[in-house]
Design a protein around this ligand. Structure first.
Ligand code: FAD
Ligand code: 8RB
Length: 450
């Protein structure tokens, strides 16, 4: 269920194994009608998501239409714009990809692999005892029933599969709503159609309690996103309900960005303010009959840019485990056991990265620690790998990256405490601690991509 990002990718992998796969998507076919009213929405694709696309034979096609982002371009309120590389070389980058084009590529691949995709089909009620599901067409207001062997919920954060499962068993759902919401805004190209700010970076305007970010699109535009409290302490979205107050807010807080956004007033009213939350479940499956993956199982806040990457890893894992276990109950149980600790780890790291992005990137202590982190990454390649790098440039399980990150951050904080400059650090002592306590990352997590 769901023809977004995970659904068609998983359908492609499963159909190639010989499964009979039907994908039901509530929206119309984007390849026929055009995508999301023509708005360019982009996502950051990192190594682990790309690795699964390569596995499906789609990596090269996607990279052709991607824009490389080599680091953060930080736009402080005062002072110089500064560039902070994400990695240590030209391979350690993330890619900005167009959601609509990625979706269409995945739909084509799923069909080519033999899966059938049915659009304008919204899941309604499910009878798990007879394994029948109701599908509703909201356009012609018709409904029908289908029989299934296994129902896989790739239907996103508001999953109807999850709602149906909850009626039969308690999934122990917990939702942690973030006090911040977001709004998307556009930075158009310059008069010659070129990029108005560096195209090879993810731009961040950190402002402490809130921030603006922008990711490049191939067409010379940027999709910018403002993350701001919904209500309560000022500034907040509630207090910026009209375009005049929004304009004044941008003049005071994001003056250089405002100069790039001639359409701010229109975007402000046309685009909704949306919410953000972390969704946690204790159970992801109903014996061998139904299983959830992607946002349906573990929606997260966006601040590590890993929601899609994690959903793609889920697809690779479920495909492999359904191949390894003849009984779907065993496959789904193994999937939950393998993926839930990793989903919980990236959910936690995504929440933490909000603080880092909106605050720390501008903070001298943090920058000293980051400088030392990069030095140690060079001195102990494969052993001391910065947490951001483990998450974005390797396939290290998220739970392992989280655990090693805790230890590494403690070491960075201890080593830089009271120092003005990283050159004063006692490297002999640090090198010994790292050698004694940080085994190398497993080679298979580090494998370079094709
Ligand atoms: P989705 O892609 O949401 O797909 C779910 C599909 O199910 C949809 O097509 C929906 O129409 C369909 N559906 C829903 N209900 C029903 C129903 N009842 N019946 C039938 N079909 C149904 N992740 C990253 O890794 N990097 C990023 O930079 C990034 N940026 C993002 C930017 C934005 C603005 C947003 C909103 C998310 C971003 N994410 C990013 C997260 C990423 O989009 C999700 O984690 C990812 O799409 C999850 O895939 P999914 O297949 O589980 O869900
Ligand atoms: N969902 C991203 C990063 C980490 C960047 C860094 C952060 C927008 C909604 Cl907020 C964000 C990152 O640490 O320097 N990599 O990729 C993508 C991000 O936001 C996306 C565009 C987004 N996701 C709802 C809005």
């Amino acid at each position: 269920m769901g023809g977004g990002l995970a659904g068609p990718l998983l359908a492609c992998l499963l159909a190639r194994r010989g499964h009979e796969v039907n994908v039901f998507e509530r929206r119309p076919d984007p390849r026929v009608k055009g995508y999301e009213g023509g708005r360019s929405i982009n996502l950051a694709l990192a190594a682990r998501g790309l690795a699964v696309l390569h596995e499906a034979g789609l990596g090269e096609a996607m990279l052709k239409q991607a824009v490389e982002m080599r680091g953060r371009m930080v736009h402080p309120r005062e002072g110089q714009i500064n560039f902070q590389p994400y990695g240590r070389n030209e391979r350690e980058v993330i890619w900005s990809v167009h959601r609509g084009r990625l979706n269409m590529l995945l739909l084509d691949a799923a069909e080519a692999a033999g899966a059938r995709i049915h659009f304008n089909q919204r899941l309604g009620a499910v009878d798990f005892s007879s394994k029948r599901a109701e599908l509703i067409n909201d356009h012609d207001r018709t409904a029908r029933s289908i029989d299934f062997d296994q129902l896989i919920g790739a239907d996103g954060a508001g999953s109807a599969v999850r709602v149906a499962m909850q009626r039969v068993i308690d999934l122990h759902q917990g939702v942690e709503v973030l006090g911040h919401g977001y709004k998307e805004l556009e930075i158009p190209p310059d008069a010659d159609g070129g990029f108005r700010i560096a195209r090879d970076a993810l731009h961040i305007w950190p402002r402490g309690g809130y921030m603006l970010i922008a990711l490049p699109n191939t067409e010379g535009t940027f999709t910018a996103t403002l993350f701001l409290r919904k209500g309560g302490e000022l500034p907040n979205f509630e207090a910026l309900s009209d375009t005049h107050s929004a304009q004044a807010f941008f003049e005071a807080e994001f003056a250089d960005a405002l100069a790039l956004m001639p359409g701010l007033a229109k975007d402000w009213t046309d685009h909704p303010t949306s919410g953000l939350a972390t969704l946690r479940l204790q159970r992801w499956h109903l014996d061998g009959r139904a299983v959830l993956l992607g946002d349906a199982a573990h929606a997260m806040v966006p601040f590590h840019g890993q929601g899609m990457n994690c959903a793609f890893e889920d697809c690779a894992a479920l495909d492999r485990l359904m191949f390894e276990h003849a009984d779907s109950r065993d496959a789904f149980a193994a999937f939950e056991a393998e993926r839930k600790p990793n989903a919980e780890a990236i959910q936690a790291m995504a929440l933490e990265n909000f603080i880092e992005m909106r605050d720390s990137v501008d903070n001298p202590d943090w920058r000293r620690q980051r400088a030392l982190e990069l030095l140690l990454a060079d001195r102990h390649a494969g052993h001391f790998v910065p947490r951001y790098s483990m998450v974005s440039f390797t396939r290290t399980p998220y739970a392992v990256a989280f655990e090693r990150g805790v230890w590494q951050r403690q070491l960075l904080a201890d080593a830089t405490r009271g120092l003005d400059d990283v050159s004063q650090v006692d490297f002999a002592q640090l090198d010994a601690r790292i050698k004694a306590e940080l085994p190398p990352l497993t080679e298979q997590w580090m494998t370079p991509l094709p």
